[in-house]
Ligand binder design. Structure first.
Ligand code: FAD
Ligand code: SIN
Length: 524
């Protein structure tokens, strides 16, 4: 069955919802989202959203911090643009109803996180993302031009390829006409045609065995774009958050926000010794790549599974007021932050790379935009500054909305697109083929393509992945599309891209750290 919209949006996190609200005055909007509408990384964001807000701070300082964190690989024009537009976009979130915490003087309570030279992170306790998602969804549900289709999983973006025309990455003449979407409740695969399509499908933490990301983060948008020969970039830069709660058996991992270190918490190794001083003069508030690598090193030296976050010296009533969610999570596991150290370990958290876009969020394909974590805007370079991703999503949602609402005036829906072809496929015989391969992919990535890499580890990862890739492609050809099979195929594509980009980077910069380039780094 075919459905038409002016704007088709894949994903209902901060990026997709903000864009939806901004384009809704210009036409019919359809949002497809693969779980319930609120399920997204956005919902779990803890620390907050970065913006220049207090008098001691200024745009230049935020720009400098972002550039320094990015290891020289940020696009300076984009950094400047995002930072300068931050205040306006956050005022808009506030006008829409988002409640950021205020202090006793009635001013916004600004937190500090790693790599920031100032307090500039607006937050709602330690559940900032939940509050933003709540606000946006409430407005979206009320808008007469917006339809939200939950439990709908996009399988492929539609391009000339589906019209039987050959396209190549080199000619850069791709066009997007919409997406094929699976209703995961009925199994129907429908054709969603649109004048413009937005990818807002989030990250890919589930390429790894340990991640803070919710289950939806399987890199679908990036894999779909890559298969459609759309440009993807910077995939080697996987950000590992230094402090996810060490709680074996809990998957995904629960995050312990960096804002707690901004509040004064200290890291200790399992013997109880502080260790950050020996790695960086900024200690616990060094950028994330440095803190995560330092923890990784401590774990390797001592053969331990976790280090500790010590909050016992902090002002507990204030701690509980600021971090109630983390406090109650710890208590539920028998850890009292007032008395006990919290066991923590790094976990895959954020993908700095993704679908390459310009300053309007436009990809290398006409009428296809990408914003939020699935995109690569140039803001983060080799390492994202904490709390810059929610900010990036709202700034690019605004820019993509302005651009695409003009673009649709000259665009027609392409009615020649054929329906999804599943001839010759059958229902899967057994799920074990999918679940076991997925475990293997995660183990390969965590063992060989984690915080510390080397050429030999990357080659081994590639060789192992190739076998699973071949098996999965064979399975895909003969099996009716399911969310599970498509997610696994997407994660294999994303894992391949991470390994390939990592193999091509012959230096240690930001989040890419290889044992083979330590000498070169030291010489610089
Ligand atoms: P998401 O919010 O992840 O939304 C993606 C959407 O796409 C979901 O609705 C999903 O269901 C949908 N989707 C995916 N694939 C498909 C498909 N095939 N078909 C249909 N729909 C699909 N950043 C900060 O700036 N500050 C923070 O404090 C912060 N804390 C974080 C804490 C945690 C635990 C995590 C995991 C991340 C945190 N981040 C933080 C990062 C930030 O939350 C994300 O980068 C950001 O929310 C991404 O927004 P998004 O809209 O791009 O994607
Ligand atoms: C955190 O709260 O530590 C996460 C912040 C982020 O990922 O930007």
């Amino acid at each position: 069955m075919k459905h038409n919209s002016d704007f088709l949006i894949l994903g209902s996190g901060i990026a997709g919802l903000t864009y939806a609200l901004k384009v809704a005055p210009f036409g019919k909007v359809t949002i497809v989202t693969k779980e319930s509408p609120e399920e997204s990384s956005t919902k779990y964001a803890q620390g907050g959203i970065a913006a220049v807000w207090n008098e001691g701070d200024n745009f230049e300082k935020h720009i400098k911090d972002t550039l320094e964190c990015g290891g020289g690989l940020c696009n300076e024009k984009v950094v400047e643009m995002v930072v300068r537009e931050s205040t306006e976009r956050i005022k808009e979130l506030i006008d829409w109803g988002t409640k950021f915490d205020k202090n006793e003087e009635g001013e916004y309570d600004l937190a500090k996180e790693g790599g920031h030279s100032e307090h500039r992170v607006l937050h709602h306790k330690d559940i900032t993302g939940w509050e933003i998602e709540r606000t946006l969804l409430k407005k979206v549900h009320k808008h007469p031009n917006i339809t939200v289709l939950d439990h709908h999983c996009a399988l492929e973006v539609i391009t000339q390829h589906h019209l039987g025309r050959e396209i190549t990455r080199a000619t850069m003449d791709m066009e997007c006409y919409g997406a094929y979407v699976l209703n995961t409740k009925t199994g129907a695969i429908d054709t969603y045609l649109s004048k413009t399509t937005l990818m807002a499908t989030g990250g890919a933490g589930h390429a790894y065995a340990t991640t803070t990301n919710p289950l939806i983060a399987t890199g679908d948008g990036i894999a779909m774009a890559y298969r459609a020969k759309i440009t993807v970039n910077d995939m080697e830069f996987i950000q590992f958050h230094p402090t996810s709660l060490y709680n074996p058996g809990e998957y995904p991992s629960f995050l312990i926000t960096e804002a707690i270190r901004g509040f004064g918490a200290k890291l200790r190794n399992k013997k109880g010794k502080y260790f950050m001083k020996k790695y960086d003069s900024r200690e616990e508030l060094a950028p994330r790549d440095i803190v995560a690598r330092s923890i990784d090193n401590e774990l390797k030296i001592h053969g331990d599974d976790y280090v500790y976050l010590d909050c016992t010296h902090l002002d507990m009533p204030k701690f509980i007021e600021h971090f109630p969610n983390i406090h109650s999570k710890c208590l539920s596991l028998g850890i009292d932050p007032a008395k006990d150290f919290i066991p923590v370990v790094p976990a895959a958290h954020y993908l700095c790379g993704g679908i390459q876009v310009d300053e309007h969020g436009l990809t290398s394909a006409k009428n296809l935009y990408a914003i939020g974590e699935c995109s690569c805007t140039g803001l983060h370079g080799a390492n994202r500054l904490a709390s810059n991703s929610l900010l990036e999503a709202v700034v690019f949602a605004h820019r993509a909305a302005l651009h695409s609402s003009e673009q649709i005036k000259n665009t027609k829906i392409n009615k020649a697109v054929p329906e999804w072809n599943d001839e010759g496929t059958e229902a899967p015989e057994e799920m074990i083929l999918i679940t076991q391969s997925l475990k293997e992919v995660k183990m390969i990535m965590s063992s060989y393509v984690g915080i510390v890499r080397s050429n030999i580890r990357l080659q081994r990862a590639l060789d192992r992945l190739e076998i699973i890739y071949q098996e999965t492609e064979a399975l895909y050809k003969k099996t009716t599309a399911s969310k599970e099979l498509c997610e696994m195929r997407n994660l294999i594509n994303v894992a391949y891209l991470i390994i390939k980009f990592a193999s091509l980077r012959h230096e240690n910069v930001g989040l890419h750290y290889s044992l083979d380039y330590i000498k070169e780094t030291a010489r610089k």
